[in-house]
Design a protein around this ligand. Structure first.
Ligand code: C2E
Ligand code: CA
Ligand code: CA
Length: 720
């Protein structure tokens, strides 16, 4: 695969993969995960803080118990002393019965936990009035946030600002960002005290000393964990929103990029890239269907633009696009590739039906505009279903739409000879043709250098006297790689690729060289005509080129004739007349080849000062009994004579035709009746004879000549 193709595939893959919604879902999940983590963390933090505070209270109560145990005073006195701030204590028996109480007894019988810390065994009881602390499902102490919130709003919660307790977390003010403090709208310097009762055994655990303790939260402490969580969540929330917005923007951008990438600038519709992007996966997915890749061409689009305007042309392209789009199915594609080219991907399960569809499409497109009659050419390449050894349809692993489309284009280009609408299918024959073309072009240059092109000569005879009056030089390619090839198989290729000019030069110079050699050898030479391709005629110094080549070979100009094919007369008439005139001035004869084939060129005869008229072989094909044909031949010869031109009848194969032409006083006949094209050495025999003789006699003559030649070479060898 080419580098560019690979890059395109990569790009397509990125477009397919980059689905923004997946990204957003991923983000949302990440956010959710974070919320869970933050909550869990907050939970652990707050439990840790609560526990630490409770333990600090336990330590304090343990100290009081120690003082109480060691005191000599009566319990009442000792407790009076211990509770100057009106703190509450209760001494109970082991079953909870109150033995003594000091301060307000709000001890409830709800046992929260039995625990031990620093070797001190203690029990925790809830407060009957302010029951904020409870034991959660995990048997961990927790402050009930709902109750706190309720009581905070009703003002019932004990809030005081006087206390600094040794165990409380610090009240430094940098704990929370100020904005959070203000949003909480609570005076954070104050303390919130959650009452809890701590019981420690006294008098050998026969009694319990139960003290009302306050788990004291600086308001800042209290909102620390929650605030932290909120900050984190808020931050994450903002980040989430930013990312979502970013995602949406990037999806939007990507959408725009894709649109730009896949939009054709002329029709504002789908382009070739889109065709590849959508087409390849479609064909792979629908592997049970046969598909047709279609190249549809608006013939003479450029001419239309020149005659009207590019804007009108583009408008027409849009209409063409829309019409095609309206006539294709959902699982079929159309795209606009280059100004006059459209690529289609059509279902082709029924090939006959596809053919009908395409014909209908062409007809509808032809009449797309009332004022114009357009032509459209279509090339089709099939993507057949793939089958395994057992005949079961299998998936298509690789689809190269570019290659398939190229085949469709190649098929369509076989229609290029005409401008008419048509449909061509890519098949084996076309492949062979293309391969042949390629092979010919690959070998052409080397063939020229190695002189693989051979000149054959086909004699022309006077039909009445049977005298040799001329010959035509015809090329053959004797290739060690490709074999012996007639001109019909390579001349059109050379005409198309321009190499024909070099072939023409080659032929002129080789014929001139032969003519010179034969003259020097004493042969009675006759004029030999050489074909010059019409592609060559646009060169304005053609006459000079020919003159120089002939002169360089030392040949006599009057024995070289130049044949122009009739179609050449359609080109620049003025230039053509000039070349013909100049050639004649230089002493060459000029003939019109294939007269009557294809287009009528009577008009050309009027202006062109030609010497010879070659009547096309087609006149001598088909039904010969037809009088009309004879009349046309007769009048053509008469016309040529009246214009003082010589006539050559080409492709004459039977005696009757020869007789007819003799009667009409046609000057020369070039046809299989007399001779087929032949190599130079055989042509030499024709010159030697100077006239056409019976085939049997000719054979004898040739044999004798060969014997003589052998003897001559033998005596030559002996004398040496
Ligand atoms: P063309 O110039 O019309 O040449 C006449 C063709 O008709 C020759 O085919 C010749 O062999 C064939 N022919 C002659 N008499 C008869 C006959 O009685 N019956 C039949 N069936 N055919 C006959 P060839 O040699 O195959 O050449 C084909 C064409 O190739 C030529 O048509 C000419 O257009 C082109 N060509 C050949 N040699 C050259 C060349 O050197 N230069 C250029 N530019 N074109 C050439
Ligand atoms: Ca010819
Ligand atoms: Ca001819």
């Amino acid at each position: 695969m080419s580098k560019v193709k690979k890059q395109n595939r990569k790009r397509f893959k990125a477009f397919r993969k980059n689905n923004g919604w997946i990204g957003i879902i991923f983000l949302a999940l990440a956010y959710l995960g974070m919320v869970i983590i933050v909550f869990a963390f907050t939970d652990i933090m707050s439990q840790y803080v609560l526990n630490a505070k409770v333990v600090a209270e336990v330590e304090r109560v343990a100290e009081i118990v120690e003082i109480y145990n060691n005191s000599e005073m009566a319990p009442e006195e000792a407790l009076e002393l211990l509770g100057p701030n009106g703190e509450s204590y209760v001494i109970t028996d082991s079953r909870g019965g109150v033995i003594y109480e000091h301060g307000e007894n709000t001890l409830s019988h709800k046992l929260l936990a039995v625990k031990e810390a620093y070797g001190i065994k203690y029990r925790l009881y809830a407060d009957s009035k302010e029951d904020y602390i409870f034991l959660n499902d995990d048997h961990e102490l927790e402050i009930d946030p709902r109750k706190v919130a309720d009581n905070l709003s009703s003002g019932e919660l004990l809030v005081n600002d006087m206390t600094f307790r040794e165990f409380s977390l610090t009240d430094e003010s940098e704990y929370l960002p100020e904005d959070i403090e203000s949003t909480l709208d609570i005076d954070t310097a104050k303390m919130i005290n959650f009452p809890i009762w701590v019981a420690i055994g006294i008098n050998n655990n026969s009694q319990r000393f139960v003290a009302k303790c306050y788990v004291s939260y600086n308001l800042r402490d209290m909102f620390l964990a929650g605030g932290f969580a909120m900050v984190v969540l808020l931050g994450a929330g903002i980040l989430f929103i930013v990312l979502v917005v970013n995602f949406v923007i990037s999806i939007h951008r990507q959408h725009n990029t894709m649109k730009l990438f896949f939009t054709d600038i002329i029709t504002r519709e789908k382009n070739w890239m889109w065709f590849l992007y959508k087409g390849e996966p479609l064909v792979k997915k629908k592997y049970k269907n046969t598909y047709a890749v279609v190249n549809l061409v608006f013939v003479k689009y450029r001419t239309f633009c020149v005659c009207h305007s590019v804007d009108e042309g583009e408008l027409m392209l849009r209409r063409v696009y829309n019409l095609i789009e309206a006539s294709i199915g959902k699982k079929e594609l159309i795209s606009h590739c280059t100004p006059s080219h459209f690529a289609l991907l059509l279902n082709a399960d029924d090939k006959q039906e596809l053919d009908n569809r395409l014909k209908v499409l062409i007809n509808r497109l032809k009449s797309i505009d009332e004022e114009h009659d357009f032509n459209f050419q279509i090339g089709v390449d099939f993507i057949e279903v793939k089958k395994n050894d057992k005949g079961k349809i299998t998936r298509r692993r690789f689809v190269d739409l570019t290659a398939e489309y190229n085949n469709a284009c190649a098929a369509r280009s076989s229609l290029e000879d005409t401008e008419a609408s048509g449909i061509a299918y890519f098949d084996d024959e076309l492949v062979q043709e293309q391969k042949w073309k390629d092979l010919v072009q690959e070998n052409q240059r080397q063939a020229l250098e190695k002189e693989e092109f051979v000149v054959y000569y086909q004699p022309k005879y006077n039909p009445r006297t049977k005298k040799l009056t001329g010959a035509e030089a015809l090329i053959r390619w004797d290739s060690p790689v490709l074999g012996f090839i007639p001109p019909g198989r390579f001349i059109p290729i050379f005409e198309a690729n321009g190499f024909i000019k070099e072939i023409d030069h080659y032929m002129v110079s080789h014929v001139a060289r032969d003519q010179k050699r034969w003259k020097d050898m004493g042969f009675d030479i006759v004029p030999v005509s050489v074909n010059i391709s019409r592609a060559h005629f646009i060169e304005d110094d053609l006459a000079e080129q020919i003159r120089d080549m002939v002169d360089a070979a030392g040949a006599d100009r009057k024995y070289i004739e130049i044949e122009l094919t009739e179609s050449a007369f359609f080109d620049d008439k003025k230039a053509l007349i000039k070349t013909i005139t100049t050639l004649k001035e230089y002493g060459f004869m000029v003939s019109m080849d294939d007269f009557g084939a294809g287009y009528s060129s009577l008009n050309s005869l009027k202006d062109m000062p030609l010497d010879v008229l070659k009547i096309d072989a087609d006149f001598f094909r088909g039904d010969q009994s037809d009088d009309r044909g004879k009349k046309v031949i007769t009048e053509t010869i008469n016309l040529a004579r009246s214009l003082e031109m010589l006539t050559v009848a080409e492709g004459v194969e039977d005696a009757e035709q020869v007789e007819l032409l003799a009667g009409l006083e046609c000057d020369m006949i070039q046809g299989y009746f007399f001779d087929e094209p032949m190599p130079g050495d055989q042509y030499e025999i024709r010159m030697e004879l100077g006239e056409s003789i019976d085939k049997e006699e000719l054979k004898k003559y040739e044999e004798e000549r060969m014997k003589k030649a052998e003897q001559a070479s033998q005596t030559e060898g002996e004398s040496k």
